[in-house]
Ligand binder design. Structure first.
Ligand code: ADP
Length: 439
């Protein structure tokens, strides 16, 4: 309305002012009256009437009031007839509320002009009520949709968690063959992957443990049965008390003691009791002594030991534990050799490391078993050949001891051609003393 007032005011000097003002007002749907005021006399310049308009009902007193109020208000005014109390007379109460009067007083070329517009506010009311209805509807719809969405989302999030926790409960009761796989959002997929991994590991450990008990009880029972059997034969039958039979009993007892020792060693290492007691020694010498011992021990079984020691082989390590590692590797090389009974041992000291490698030309290890042989109780040959002694703990003892020494270790092997087990210890560090000038 204000824009229209000023627009009309622009044309007050125009010749065809009354037409321009009327057409502008018509365009905006507003009734309009325009007066020029000279010496308190109001002369109408233009008039546009709208249906229901109230301007025609204003008398000269009303106009004067409106004029004065507008001037008082700074030149413009906008209000309902009800609020502009001076316009009361002759206007019905509905119109008082439904119409909106806006006026402008402007001075131009020695005269002042009063432009009055009168519009209906009803559309505004109805728009407001339509908008309010729509807003209410939209809000209710939105609340409904977001509640449904929240429910859906919560289900999407919680369902897989519920399923996983149900399975985890079963898991805790020792049921390890569970499949946690869930096709869901990333976190759940990661969680199910981790749980699958855990269940795989646990079931593997459980299986290995069961195997160990079976193996160990078998390993314990066999020599015991033989010892008891031979003992009884020697007691009851005359002439059976031979050195061979006694040797057999000693051998079987040795087997038992080895098994028990292995078990004790692994449980000590696992319990963290086996701390490193480092000393300074030559790994070359230790290996040489061990090879000598094995040569004497295996003199009659046709084993050939070849030994090569190169470079500086001094290390700082736990000598008895490293000796155990060497023995375990030698035992395996002997146990898993077949016709070709040769064992090659090299000790090489170079680039700050001392490397020990034990090579045999025996059965070898299949690629798929290479990862597992370091695990406790793992045996490639499940059929348990009597000729092969071992608790399935030898390499895991080796691994534990070498890890304790932060040593690198590994194996290369080919089935039917043999294996090379190796490990590397850090060479002793040369102490460089600060140079002191002689006085
Ligand atoms: P075991 O007491 O059964 O020898 P280990 O832990 O020493 O237990 O070895 C684990 C498994 O690794 C063995 O059962 C064997 O199958 C395999 N293995 C170890 N050393 C050798 C080797 N030198 N040649 C072939 N297989 C080997």
């Amino acid at each position: 309305m204000r824009t229209l007032l000023y627009e009309i005011a622009n044309y007050t000097e125009a010749e065809d002012f009354s037409e321009i003002a009327a057409s502008l007002s018509k365009k905006e749907g507003a009734a309009m009256e325009c007066y020029v005021v000279r010496n308190g006399v109001f002369e109408r310049l233009a008039l546009y009437e709208e249906e229901g308009g109230i301007l025609v009902e204003l008398d000269s007193a009303d106009l004067r009031h409106l004029y004065e109020k507008t001037v008082e208000n700074g030149g413009t005014l906008l209000d309902t007839p009800e609020k502009l109390s001076f316009l009361h007379e002759g206007i019905s109460p509905e119109k008082q509320k439904e119409r909106m009067i806006s006026s402008l007083v402007i001075g131009k070329g020695g005269s002042s002009y009063l432009i009055v517009l009168d519009t209906s506010v009803r559309p505004l009311h109805s728009t407001v009520s339509v908008l309010r209805d729509q807003l209410t509807f939209a809000s209710v719809a939105l609340i409904g949709v977001s509640a449904a969405l929240a429910l859906l989302l919560a289900r999407h999030i919680s369902r897989p968690i519920e399923r996983i926790s149900r399975k985890a409960k079963a898991f805790s009761t020792g049921k390890y063959d569970l499949d946690f796989s869930e096709r869901s959002y990333r976190e759940i997929e990661e969680l199910s992957e981790t749980l699958n991994l855990a269940s795989d590991e646990l079931s593997k450990t459980e299986r290995l443990q069961r195997e160990l008990i079976a193996n160990i009880s078998h390993d314990l029972r066999t020599p015991l049965t033989m010892i008891i059997g031979y003992g009884e034969v020697m007691r009851d039958i005359e002439g059976e008390n031979t050195p061979e039979n006694i040797q057999l009993i000693i051998d079987e007892a040795g087997r038992l003691s080895m098994l028990v020792n292995d078990l004790l060693e692994i449980s000590r290492i696992q319990g963290g009791i086996a701390a490193r007691r480092d000393e300074h020694f030559s790994l070359g010498d230790l290996v040489t002594e061990t090879v000598e011992r094995y040569r004497r021990l295996k003199e009659n079984s046709g084993f050939v030991f070849r030994l090569e020691v190169k470079g500086k082989t001094e290390v700082d390590a736990d000598k008895s534990k490293i000796s155990q590692v060497i023995c375990n590797l030698f035992n395996n090389a002997i146990n898993y050799s077949e016709q070709r009974r040769e064992i090659e041992v090299t000790v090489t000291g170079e680039e700050g490391r001392v490397r020990v490698a034990v090579r045999d030309f025996g059965v070898g290890i299949a690629a798929e078993d290479l990862q597992n042989i370091w695990q406790r109780y793992y045996k490639v040959d499940k059929s348990h050949r009597r000729s092969v002694v071992g608790s399935g703990l030898g390499l895991s003892i080796v691994r534990e001891i070498l890890s304790l020494h932060d040593a690198r270790y590994g194996v290369t092997s080919k089935v039917g051609e043999g294996s090379t087990f190796w490990f590397e210890l850090a060479a002793e560090r040369d102490l460089v003393l600060p140079y002191k000038e002689q006085m």
